[in-house]
Design a protein around this ligand. Structure first.
Ligand SMILES: O=C(O)CCC(=O)C(=O)O
Ligand SMILES: [Fe+2]
Length: 205
């Protein structure tokens, strides 16, 4: 069971001090495998769609993944397990950092070999709703030679490469960090999720 939430408290501290962190115990291995199997099956059944870049355009040279949103009220068992834990994390972040996170959105993403997502920020131009980006990786036995790191650009000009290994949850403040997905040599599966505040500046795109 994922009984302890001590890593969530540590994550809140790290978000407050550094703005980003990695959590390793979001879900059990069997739950992660169930998500990976579902993501792969949906992809193979043609149920993922080419992703846009937030300004309504498709440009596979900038963003080459295919995605499928989790549908509220119609989630599968593995998706619900993920959502339940994200909700617990959201509660901890709200209590400890007073972030006012009222909801989240999440989608599966598959990057085929060679696909990338060029350097970008997750907060959309027309909305300040996204506060915390949370990327959960589903890839068993991922090694450095497989590529596909998430490169996170830090304020001091340096960067960190995070490999998309099964079970890792990368958290970062959506407004603060530019990041990119480097091309991989094998299929790269993840759940991209954003914890959202009630948006004050939202307008229709
Ligand atoms: O898959 C990742 O590592 C990050 C994906 C991403 O940056 C995004 O979907 O906005
Ligand atoms: Fe992103």
């Amino acid at each position: 069971m994922n009984s302890g939430n001590s890593s969530f408290h540590a994550a809140a501290d790290a978000l407050a001090s550094d703005g980003w962190c990695v959590v390793h115990d979001l879900l059990e291995p069997a739950q992660i495998r169930a998500l990976a199997a579902e993501c792969a099956a949906l992809h193979d059944a043609g149920q993922l769609q080419p992703a846009g870049t937030g300004i309504g355009q498709l440009d596979a040279t900038r963003r080459g993944d295919r995605t499928r949103w989790f549908a509220e009220g119609a989630m599968s068992v593995p998706q619900q397990a993920f959502a339940d834990r994200i909700d617990v994390l959201r509660g901890v972040l709200n209590r400890e950092l007073m972030l006012g996170l009222v909801e989240y959105e999440a989608h599966y993403a598959v990057y085929r070999p060679g696909a990338r997502y060029a350097r970008h920020r997750d907060r959309l131009r027309h909305s300040d709703a996204r506060v915390v980006s949370a990327v959960f990786y589903l890839n068993e036995d991922w090694r450095e030679v497989d590529g596909g790191a998430l490169r996170l650009y830090l304020a001091d000009g340096s960067s960190r490469d995070i490999l998309p290994q099964a079970g890792k949850l990368l958290l970062f403040l959506s407004a603060r960090f530019e990041h990119e997905v480097l091309p991989a040599r094998r299929d790269r599966m993840s759940i991209a999720c954003w914890m959202r505040q009630r948006s004050l500046a939202a307008t229709n795109p």
